[in-house]
Ligand binder design. Structure first.
Ligand SMILES: C[S@@+](CC[C@H](N)C(=O)[O-])C[C@H]1O[C@@H](n2cnc3c(N)ncnc32)[C@H](O)[C@@H]1O
Ligand code: SF4
Length: 458
C-alpha cells in the first residue's frame, strides 16, 4: 500500500499546469489558424515514415447540467441541433481525408464530451460507421468512448461495440445521495452497476470509472463508502479527479455553495484515504489521478515505459499524430497544436467556407520541442537518463536545464525525486506531485512568461 504524507502534499499544493500539452493551452494564440494547420498537415503527410493516427471527436451535448462540470459541454435536448452538429463533424472528416496520406493507419479513436452517448444509438451507428469508412482503422486500435449511465440503454452500448469501440469510460463521481443532490446528478448505484454489467457482457476490453473528490458534503468516512463500492465493482481503471471550484470561470459552479465544500485539509484527508484504499486493494497508482489493475494495459505500459500523455490524459499509444474534430477539440500533429472554434456557429461557418475550423494554435520552437519531450518522459516514464536524452537532441542536459535542476533540493529532501548528474528518478510520492516536478523543466515558468491561472496541483 502507498502511504501518503499529508504535510508534504500541503507544501506543494499550488496552482500548476496539468501538462496535457507543452506549451500549455493558454499559450495557443489566434495568429495560428487554418493556413498554418494545413501547412503542417501537408508537411507531415508527405513523410513516408509518418506515425499512425489518433482521432479525437468532441461530442459536447448533455441532457442535464452537473453543477461541478468543468468540461466543454452544451446542455440540449434539441435533436435537430444535435444531428446538425453531427453532419458538420462529418464535413470536417471529409475535409481532413482529402489531405491525409491514404496509407496512414488509425491506431486510436476517442469520443469525448460532453456526453457522446447523448447521441441516440442510430446516430452513434451512423457517425462511427462513417468514421470507419473514411479511415483505415487497425484491428487492434484502442477505441474509447465516454459514457454517462443516466439515460443510457443497452442499445447505445451495442451500437458502440458493433462499430469497433472496445473501451468505455464512465462518470460516477460519488455514490452518496446527498452529494449527488447537491451537484444535480442523481445516479443510483444500481444504475451504475447495471451499465457496468452490460459493458462486460458486450466484451469491451477495459472499463474506467471516474470519481471526483472535493465535492459538497464529502467527508472522509462517507467518501470511503463510495471508494469501497468502486472497489467492489472492480473496474479495470479508476480516475480520481480533484474538483476545482472556479465559479468565476464556469458560472454554473456558483450553484454549489462554497460553504458546503470540504475544507482543504479534509480534501487532502479524502485523497489520502482514497489512494491508500485503492492501492491497498491492488490498483497500481499510475500518476496524477489515474489508477489501474496490474493486468490492465495502462499498468503494463507504465512497467514497460510505454505510457504516453495527450489531451485525454494518460494513454498507452505513443508517437501518433492526434487530429481533433468537433468544437473545442485540440489536435497535436508534427510540431504544432491546433484548437477548433468553441462556438458551434463559428465552427459551422468555417466548414462552410471550406477551411479547417481552427480558432487558435501554436507552432513549437526547438526549445519547446526539447522541453515537451522532457516533460512527457518525466510524466510517463517517471525517470530520465540525461546523457541519452542530451545525445538525442545534441545538448548538454545539465547545462541546458541548469536553472530547473537547481530547484530540486527541497524535493530531494522530501523524498519526491532522486537526482544525480546522470539521471532523475521520481518516487511513488513524487508521482503524486508530478506536475510540480515537471514545472522545473517548463521554459515559460523559468522565463516568467506564464501568467495563466491553473488549478491546484493536488
Ligand atoms: C466528459 S465527462 C464524462 C462523461 C459524461 N459526461 C459523464 O459525466 O458521465 C468527464 C469527467 O470529467 C470529470 N469532471 C467534470 N468536471 C470536473 C471538474 N470541475 N473537476 C474535476 N473533474 C471534473 C468527471 O469525473 C467526468 O466524469
Ligand atoms: S459531468 Fe458529464 S454529464 Fe455532467 S454536465 Fe459535465 S459533461 Fe455533461
Amino acid at each position: 500500500m502507498f502511504e501518503i504524507d499529508i504535510d508534504i502534499i500541503k507544501k506543494y499544493d499550488k496552482p500548476g499546469p496539468r501538462y496535457t500539452s507543452y506549451p500549455t493551452a493558454p499559450h495557443f494564440h489566434e495568429g495560428f489558424k487554418h493556413e498554418k494547420y494545413l501547412d503542417e498537415i501537408i508537411r507531415t503527410n508527405s513523410n513516408a515514415n509518418a506515425p499512425d493516427l489518433s482521432l479525437y471527436f468532441h461530442i459536447p451535448f448533455c441532457d442535464t447540467l452537473c453543477y461541478f462540470c468543468g468540461c466543454n459541454m452544451i446542455i440540449s435536448r434539441n435533436r435537430d441541433r444535435i444531428s446538425e452538429y453531427v453532419n458538420y463533424v462529418k464535413n470536417e472528416i471529409d475535409m481532413l481525408r482529402t489531405y491525409l496520406n491514404a496509407d496512414r493507419k488509425v491506431s486510436q479513436i476517442h469520443w469525448g464530451g460532453g456526453t457522446p452517448t447523448h447521441l441516440n444509438p442510430e446516430e452513434i451507428d451512423d457517425l462511427k460507421s462513417f468514421i470507419n469508412q473514411n479511415f483505415d482503422v487497425t484491428k487492434d486500435a484502442e477505441e474509447g468512448c465516454e459514457i454517462d449511465p443516466r439515460g443510457l440503454t443497452r442499445e447505445h452500448l451495442e451500437a458502440l461495440r458493433k462499430n469497433g469501440f472496445n473501451r468505455i469510460s464512465m462518470g460516477v463521481q460519488d455514490f452518496n445521495e446527498k452529494v449527488q443532490k447537491a451537484v444535480n446528478r442523481i445516479q443510483p448505484e444500481d444504475m451504475t452497476r447495471q451499465v457496468v454489467s452490460w459493458v462486460r457482457e458486450l466484451e469491451f476490453k477495459s472499463i474506467n470509472l471516474d470519481l471526483i473528490y472535493g465535492l459538497p458534503f464529502q467527508t472522509v468516512d462517507e467518501f470511503a463508502k463510495s471508494v469501497d463500492t468502486i472497489i467492489d465493482i472492480s473496474p479495470d481503471r479508476i480516475a480520481v479527479f480533484n474538483y476545482a471550484h472556479v465559479p468565476w470561470m464556469k458560472k454554473h459552479m456558483s450553484l454549489i455553495k462554497t460553504e458546503d465544500l470540504p475544507t482543504p485539509e479534509e480534501k487532502l484527508q479524502i485523497l489520502k484515504m482514497t489512494i491508500e484504499k485503492l492501492t491497498g486493494a491492488g490498483y497500481v497508482f499510475i500518476g496524477m489521478d489515474h489508477f489501474a489493475k496490474p493486468t490492465d494495459e495502462m499498468a503494463v505500459a507504465l512497467q514497460e515505459k510505454k505510457l504516453y500523455r495527450n489531451f485525454q490524459g494518460y494513454s498507452t499509444n505513443a508517437g501518433t499524430d492526434l487530429y481533433g474534430m468537433g468544437i473545442t477539440s485540440i489536435g497535436q500533429i508534427g510540431n504544432i497544436f491546433a484548437q477548433n472554434y468553441k462556438k458551434e456557429k463559428e465552427y459551422f461557418n468555417a466548414l462552410e467556407d471550406g477551411i479547417f475550423p481552427v480558432e487558435r494554435g501554436y507552432q513549437l520552437t526547438q526549445d519547446d520541442i526539447i522541453r515537451r519531450e522532457v516533460i512527457m518522459k518525466i510524466m510517463c516514464d517517471f525517470e530520465l537518463d540525461f546523457n541519452k536524452f542530451g545525445a538525442l537532441y545534441n545538448i548538454n542536459f545539465n547545462e541546458y536545464f541548469k536553472f530547473g535542476l537547481s530547484n530540486f533540493s527541497e524535493m530531494i529532501d522530501d523524498g519526491l525525486v532522486e537526482l544525480t548528474n546522470d539521471y532523475i528518478k521520481i518516487t511513488e510520492m513524487g508521482r503524486l506531485l508530478i506536475r510540480n516536478i515537471a514545472m522545473n523543466f517548463d521554459g515559460y515558468i523559468e522565463r516568467k512568461e506564464d501568467t495563466a491561472r491553473y488549478s491546484r496541483t493536488v
